[in-house]
Design a protein. Structure first.
Length: 429
């Protein structure tokens, strides 16, 4: 034990280091009680019918609880690992992992996690990959303008920045997701030419999500602007994966599954870019067991839909239109289910995506007339939907303007009546 402080300054420092247990937040819930977004809600927390779960009276939370699990803003893992008192002492003394230099050095660990979430999950309005679909499409044709290439390059840099920050904060789930995003964005930037690097990132993301151990230095290489792989490098895998028994005492297996789902899908895309269609199909199909017990909400069905369309596209590129069409039919039915269930926007989006994929598959199969007919049907429906959406938007704007005008008129009349009453009372006095 150290010496007890005698001077006033020493006593003050000692008092500041002492934790007031009454001021601490409640401890994290037990790991087995953390269900994430698998828990169906009785009431919608977000406006709109896109969150209704098919076949039940419940609602999806839009992935909010899953995001909370992945980012771990409340540091539940660290709190379970260290214990409440030790954790908050470390937090108070600024001993927890965070960036201490550069522009983020002045930000707290929590604030840095918020920035990390923005890097990983925010989508700009002009992003090419904005939206729920994860269908792989070769986007490199040699005719890209400088602005497009610059935008894609910036997106890759953001993913690398997210990877560096995840490693610095020692957040394994975010590290895995950053690698999956890097895989996705590298394919968008470089296509087949970047597929080898993209696949390497996806494989490392899967490793982190698994039961064994991973090497932080090996992962950190992918955060470099120009990663250089040493063929003689010997891994020193000492960090347990998200499904490792030691880690599952600190966080639920769902975190591992969420990361693995993303990584396997992106791995399939990277393999498809390399023309390894059979391996791509196997990677896509590996996701289905992980979503088998997920609710039939639009968010999850878009994931299922993307898998079926991607598998169909792989069969199509192999020259097997019949096998491809089976997958497109399943993907289209997912959309029809949501249209019938009241979520028309997402449902129509899924149907349109599946039909578009089928049209290109028909073209590959030499059925040009059928392909043109189906593509025209998709475009006509899109035009009709856009007109309907614009009309609905205009109607809502007019109703809002009318409601505002009525409210202003009512307020004006009340003000005038109050003024007249006050004048009458003044005259009577």
């Amino acid at each position: 034990m150290g010496k007890k402080a005698k001077k006033a300054s020493g006593l003050a420092k000692a008092a500041n280091r002492k934790l007031d247990a009454s001021m601490l937040p409640p401890p994290p819930v037990p790991v087995e009680e953390e269900k994430g977004s698998a828990k169906i809600l009785d009431e919608p927390t977000i406006q709109g019918n896109g969150f209704k779960v098919l076949g039940t009276d419940g609602y999806d939370d839009g992935g909010v609880a899953d995001l909370s699990l992945l980012i771990d803003l409340e540091d539940n893992v660290q709190r379970r690992r260290r214990g409440e008192n030790e954790y908050f002492r470390a937090l108070q003394a600024d001993l927890l992992p965070r960036a201490t230099k550069g522009p983020m050095g002045k930000m707290s660990r929590r604030e840095q996690k918020v920035s990390l979430a923005q890097l990983l999950f925010s989508e700009a309005e002009d992003s090419e990959d904005k939206g729920p679909s994860e269908v792989y499409v070769e986007q490199i044709d040699g005719g890209e303008d400088k602005l497009t290439l610059k935008h894609r390059s910036e997106r890759v840099k953001q993913a690398r920045a997210a990877l560096r920050m995840s490693l610095m904060l020692r957040e394994a789930a975010c590290t895995s997701l950053s690698l999956s995003e890097l895989c996705k964005r590298k394919l968008t930037l470089s296509g087949k030419a970047g597929a080898e690097e993209a696949l390497r990132c996806a494989d490392k993301a899967i490793e982190i999500s698994g039961e064994t151990f991973w090497d932080g230095d090996d992962v950190a290489i992918e955060a470099d602007d120009e990663p250089v792989i040493d063929p003689k490098y010997e891994k020193n895998a000492t960090t347990p994966g998200l499904a490792n028994p030691s880690v599952l005492k600190l966080l639920p297996i769902r975190v591992s599954h969420l990361c693995k789902r993303s990584a396997l899908l992106q791995r399939g895309n990277a393999l498809a870019a390399q023309g390894k269609e059979d391996e791509a199909i196997k990677s896509y199909e590996s996701v289905f067991p992980l979503v088998e017990n997920e609710p039939r909400c639009a968010r999850i069905d878009w994931e299922r839909h993307s898998l079926y369309v991607n598998i169909g596209n792989s069969h199509s590129r192999k020259g097997d239109f019949a096998a491809a069409d089976e997958k497109y039919a399943i993907a289209e039915q997912l959309g029809k289910d949501h249209v019938d269930g009241g979520n028309v926007k997402d449902g129509k989006g899924m149907v349109s995506c599946a039909k578009r994929a089928r049209a290109f598959a028909l073209k590959r199969a030499g059925k040009i007339d059928d392909a043109k007919k189906l593509l025209k049907e998709v475009l006509d429906q899109q035009i009709a939907d856009n007109l309907e959406e614009e009309a609905q938007k205009k109607k809502e704007e007019e109703e809002a303007a009318a409601a505002k005008a009525a409210a202003e008129k009512e307020a004006s009349e009340k003000e005038e009546a109050q003024k007249k009453k006050e004048e009458e009372e003044a005259a009577a006095a």
